[in-house]
Design a protein around this ligand. Sequence first.
Ligand SMILES: [Zn+2]
Length: 65
Amino acid sequence: MSLHYQCRNCRTPLTTEETSSRLCDECCYLAADYRRYDDLREEGHMSDQAKLMCGLADPPDPDDE
Ligand SMILES: [Zn+2]
């Protein structure tokens, strides 16, 4: 098998038991946020914007353009 699953939040390699949410033990508390993220992506939002909308990313620093 050459398929390797990674935590979608921190890129930790996952075991097969952990892949349903594609989040590792450390990040599984984010599963609901990532479900919302997936919904937002399906609605056509850009990934950066979707992450902001569900709290997975910090708002960009307005001074850091
Ligand atoms: Zn993780």
